[in-house]
Design a protein around this ligand. Structure first.
Ligand code: PEP
Ligand code: MN
Length: 334
């Protein structure tokens, strides 16, 4: 349920109303816009006397939210959420590119790639330490050592890092990680999502291989229900009957998610296509459609990559993509 307050409501009146609602067992999320203030109410609203609430001087209107996702809902929080990552912001007008290898492999590899992408338009370094591989015989990642190497690259370049978690027991290893990624395969690992709700670090939540947008938003809701509202949604392609590309990039997910939710939306064209030469057009399309950021796989020697070489760009190719995306964003801002 949301209560839209009149522009005349004072800070003290809002505080008193919030305390009164909390006293009725509800969690209250305040969203202050330029001319309106919205109180998002979560909990057992059935016990609330809505007529009484509607009758209050400072209340303009009260509306029930029928969608099952509440905290992630745009109606709860009409303005875009802006997530802070170190000194960077993502969401609203703030656009960031995350780039780096599928997997962290060696100190030289991650350091070279980090320096390359840092010099050419990426602001956040990605790299998998724990890898969700389809085959147990494939490279599984350097695990804790991989996180150490990412942290070393962060010290060298000053870039914040994003890396995937697969098991809530590993959380202590992610203390110095800036954004924790939940991969497509774990989008509905609800116990993991609940654990991530108990921390306050930003979470990059990737859309599941065969998940609807509403399911993605319900997964975000699991994290938000625990109190962690620092969530970045990621469209990374979904399974369709098409097999020419690895997945099918759902470009319409960008405006749809932005309409349904206030959370930032980034796009991963690398896993969506699986083909390096398609990353440029898909990255440009995502930027043109209003994405708040991109996640792109880059390798210093794609042919020798231990994972996802076919979709990885060289640092030079990445620089070209970043420059074209910058130009598309200039046009989009017109
Ligand atoms: C990744 O980003 O390394 C990854 C495994 O992606 P996804 O979960 O989207 O497949
Ligand atoms: Mn990959």
């Amino acid at each position: 349920m949301i209560a839209v307050l009149k522009p005349s409501a004072t800070g003290e009146q809002i505080e008193n109303l919030t305390a009164w609602l909390e006293g009725r067992g509800l969690a209250v999320h305040l969203s202050k816009g330029e001319s309106y203030t919205v109180l998002g109410l979560i909990g057992d609203v059935a016990r609330l006397d809505t007529e009484l609430l509607e009758g209050l001087d400072i209340v303009d209107s009260v509306k029930r939210i029928s969608d099952p996702f509440k905290s992630a809902n745009r109606k709860f929080h009409p303005s875009d959420s802006i997530i802070e990552v170190g000194n960077l912001k993502i969401g609203g007008p703030h656009f960031q590119i995350m780039a780096g290898p599928c997997s962290v492999e060696t100190p030289e590899q991650i350091s070279q790639i980090a320096q390359g992408v840092n010099a050419s338009g990426a602001s956040i370094l990605r790299g998998g330490a724990f890898k969700p591989r389809t085959s147990p015989y494939d490279f599984q990642g350097l695990r804790a050592d991989g996180i150490e190497l990412l942290l070393e690259a962060k010290r060298q370049t000053g870039m914040p890092i994003v890396t995937e978690i697969m098991n809530a027991n590993h959380l202590p290893m992610f203390d110095e990680v800036d954004i924790i990624q939940v991969g497509a395969r774990n989008m509905q690992n609800f116990e993991l999502l609940k654990e991530l709700g108990s921390i306050r670090k930003p979470v990059l939540l990737k859309r599941g291989l065969a998940s609807t947008l509403k399911e993605l938003l319900m997964s975000a809701e699991y994290i938000m229900a625990g109190g962690n509202h620092n969530i970045i949604l990621c469209e990374r392609g979904i399974r369709t009957f098409e097999t020419f590309t690895r997945n099918t990039l759902d470009i319409s997910a960008i405006p749809a998610l932005k309409e349904l939710s206030h959370l930032p939306v980034v796009v991963d064209p690398s896993h969506a296509c699986g083909i390096a030469r398609f990353v440029l057009p898909m990255a440009m399309a995502a930027a043109a459609a209003g994405a708040h950021g991109l996640m792109i796989e880059v390798h210093n020697d794609p042919k020798a990559a231990l994972c996802d070489g076919a979709q990885s760009l060289t640092p030079e190719q990445f620089a070209h993509v970043a420059e074209n995306v910058r130009r598309i964003r200039e046009v989009e801002a017109l």
